[in-house]
Design a protein around this ligand. Structure first.
Ligand SMILES: Cc1cc2nc3c(=O)[nH]c(=O)nc-3n(C[C@H](O)[C@H](O)[C@H](O)COP(=O)(O)OP(=O)(O)OC[C@H]3O[C@@H](n4cnc5c(N)ncnc54)[C@H](O)[C@@H]3O)c2cc1C
Ligand SMILES: Cc1cc2nc3c(=O)[nH]c(=O)nc-3n(C[C@H](O)[C@H](O)[C@H](O)COP(=O)(O)O)c2cc1C
Length: 581
């Protein structure tokens, strides 16, 4: 049953009235609520001809198209935020995914807000590639009748910072579009700057094209929806770790843990395919080393901030420029930042900054995301994660991943982890339980598919399930091996293919397993299978994509362009879905 919407505490009633009304509303059906609101509005209108009519339609609402290109959902969430703000101002907003739009359609819009993230090394999100390439092509349409504004999402730690948003912005202007306002480039802590930009952009657009009298006749009501109290990045839930088990063998080169957290008492209601955001803490010994390099070892408040609030493990070109300016030192070349951290920069001029200067220099500590590896139908009020502890050497220094090592090494069972939900509507099991699914998930990419399989088992789904898993070594790295083997035995798993890269002289990866199984893979796709890919974005997902194109060309006996068109159709049908990072 759908949960009834409740009145928010901001509703124009006393606290006791809100509580009394909510008690009544909470046990009503959708029809009863619709009847009640219509009945009261009708009575009011009949008795008071001057009453404000909540349903009065605005005279004419200016159209606004909000176009987003996303990989992991941030741009889409911001697009929804723009829609909400634009509706309040009286616009008629429409949100569209670049995956479902062409430059010709965009050029036909009057008012366009574009929100695009950058992936890979300066690449567009996968679903946005076609739109992006067509926009940059020589035969792109003119945008003379379009007013536009671009919000670019990115991460300053990457050399090609906000590259895609920047290029779209330049291209729209070159094609004759008129900027409503300058582009904004947003780093990982995008919420506050993005909100400011959205408000000012819409205000400016409203001043140009908005309908002024609209505000008077529309009452905007923010109904508290189920989940409105759900934890957020700024207000995470403290989830107790109920289990933390290393899955990889002691001789494995990887250190991957199964981590179960309790969500009891939180409003988190996840679906398989969603991720949990984790708000990590930095390694206290690294915070101490940073303090030492900065000559600020006695500042306890600063130490707390370095552990819990600030990013101390990356280094951006902007930070190097700011540091040189603040300290009067010679600026370092941009490529010096590659593979280095803030501590390396501080060590070039020890003790040169005040605590305030250091705090200003550092970015906020961003959360990390982990695919949920369970189904609530199987595990109840828990979420399971599959976390690979990251350790590597760079410029002769041993480095540790902030969140993965925080979760797997500094947290023990019984400790609390700060979490919030990141839903992913683009990575869901098919609504049709009979549809076959192919799941390609090497390494920690296996995580969501464990959730999928638990869900399909719990719901008695009849569709066939094919898992393709890969890692380095069969003996040490076969994650969730016993469960997977049980699922093969019980026939929940119809088929499983593995690729262990280091078990034979030549490297073997999941894309090789797919190629070897190309006849069956093609037959499953022809039977309507949905194909999912999760895990490494930079190498694996690209190689799998290229292999799928080869398979469609080979098995369909068609040229590359026809194979690409077929994969595009499968993707547009919602049968080629990726969650890659
Ligand atoms: C939607 C989504 C789902 C995800 N699901 C999972 C999951 O299920 N399981 C999982 O383990 N992870 C998952 N991740 C990745 C996870 O969010 C983190 O990125 C990962 O754990 C590393 O975070 P960290 O804080 O430990 O490392 P960080 O401190 O963020 O360090 C990572 C950085 O270290 C640097 N680096 C890494 N290796 C090297 C190297 N060899 N040489 C030089 N530099 C290097 C790179 O700059 C890299 O960006 C997911 C990510 C997303 C976006
Ligand atoms: C694997 C990976 C590669 C990325 N590459 C870039 C990049 O080249 N440039 C950049 O500015 N940001 C890069 N980012 C950061 C994303 O753009 C940023 O996280 C953004 O908020 C994601 O938005 P989305 O969820 O809408 O896709 C990368 C992130 C990941 C995980």
């Amino acid at each position: 049953m759908q949960t009834a919407p409740l009145l928010p505490s901001t509703a124009p009633f006393h606290e006791e009235q809100i509580a009394a009304l909510n008690r009544v509303i909470s046990v009503t059906t959708a029809e009863q609520r619709a009847w009640l609101s219509g009945y009261l509005a009708g009575l009011q209108a009949a008795n008071d001809p001057h009453a404000v009519s909540p349903a009065a339609p605005p005279a004419k609402r200016a159209p606004l198209t909000i176009l987003f290109g996303t990989e992991s959902g941030n741009a889409e969430a911001l697009a929804a935020q723009v829609r909400k703000a634009a509706t309040k101002l009286g616009f008629a907003p429409k949100v569209v995914d670049m995956a479902d739009f062409t430059p010709a359609q965009a050029a036909a819009t009057e008012n366009l807000v574009v929100i695009a993230s950058t992936w890979g090394e300066g690449d567009p999100p996968q679903r946005a590639v076609d739109f992006y390439e067509a926009l940059l092509a020589d035969d792109a349409p003119r945008f003379e009748k379009t007013r536009f504004a671009v919000l670019a999402l990115g991460d300053r730690a990457y050399a090609q910072y906000c590259e895609i948003g920047r290029k779209i912005d330049e291209r729209l202007a070159a094609l004759g579009g008129a900027r409503i306002t300058d582009r904004i480039d947003c780093d990982l802590d995008y919420e506050t700057p993005a909100t400011g930009w959205i408000d000012s952009t819409l205000e400016r657009l409203n001043a140009e094209v908005g309908v002024k009298e609209v505000g008077a006749s529309v009452i905007h009501v923010d109904f508290a929806r189920p989940g409105a109290d759900a934890p957020t990045r700024a207000r995470p839930f403290e989830a107790e770790i109920t289990e933390s088990i290393r899955l990889t063998g002691s001789r494995s080169t990887s250190d991957t843990h199964h981590v179960a957290v309790s969500l009891e008492g939180s409003a988190i209601q996840y679906e398989p395919g969603d991720s949990l955001g984790v708000v990590p803490s930095n390694d206290p010994s690294l915070a101490d080393a940073v303090l030492k390099a900065a000559g600020l070892t006695t500042d306890a408040k600063l130490r707390d901030a370095l552990i819990d609030r600030l990013d101390i493990t990356t280094l951006t070109v902007k930070q190097m420029e700011d540091f040189a300016r603040e300290t009067g030192t010679a600026p370092l070349p941009a490529d010096w930042a590659t593979g280095r951290q803030i501590i390396d920069l501080l060590e070039t001029a020890p003790g040169a900054l005040t605590a305030e200067q250091l705090t200003t220099l550092l970015r906020p500590l961003p959360p990390r995301y982990y695919s949920i590896a369970s189904s609530r139908k199987a595990v109840g009020e828990e979420a399971h994660l599959l976390v690979a502890g990251l350790r590597y050497t760079s410029h002769g220094h041993e480095r540790a991943g902030v969140a993965s090592i925080d979760i797997t090494a500094r947290h023990r069972e019984g400790d609390k982890l700060k979490v919030f939900l990141r839903p992913n509507q683009h990575f869901r099991l098919p609504a049709d339980n009979n549809r076959p699914v192919i799941m390609v998930g090497p390494g920690t990419g296996l995580a969501p598919f464990r959730g999928f399989l638990q869900e399909r088992e719990a719901t008695g789904a009849t569709g066939r399930n094919w898992l393709v898993f890969g890692h380095r070594n069969y003996t040490h790295d076969f994650l969730y091996q016993l469960e997977v083997q049980d699922w093969l035995k019980s026939k929940l798993l119809t088929r499983m293919d593995v690729a262990f890269s280091r078990d034979q002289p030549e490297k073997r990866y999941v894309q090789d397993a797919l190629w070897d199984a190309r006849g069956d893979l093609y037959a499953w796709l022809k039977d309507g299978a949905a194909l999912y890919v999760c895990g490494d974005a930079n190498a694996m997902a690209k190689d799998v994509h290229a292999t799928l194109l080869r398979i469609l060309a080979d098995q369909g006996q068609q040229d590359d362009a026809a194979a690409k068109a077929e994969l595009d159709t499968i993707r547009r049908d919602g049968r080629y879905l990726r969650d890659v990072y």
